[in-house]
Design a protein around this ligand. Sequence first.
Ligand SMILES: [Zn+2]
Length: 61
Amino acid sequence: MIFPTGPGDLVRCFCCGIGLKDFNETDDPMEEHIKYASKCAYLETLFGAEELKRRLVKLLS
Ligand SMILES: [Zn+2]
């Protein structure tokens, strides 16, 4: 799971270690994660390869 690391906006993925910050409250950290680290094994486990690809295409469009 993506979890807050403390005060502020930084969240970090326990799996691939990507840190996500500077997103505003309308951004979904999970979507940011897909956008910047779509190869993460955790995401693939969570969504499945096909769903992950579908979401990535949607995010990048
Ligand atoms: Zn990750």
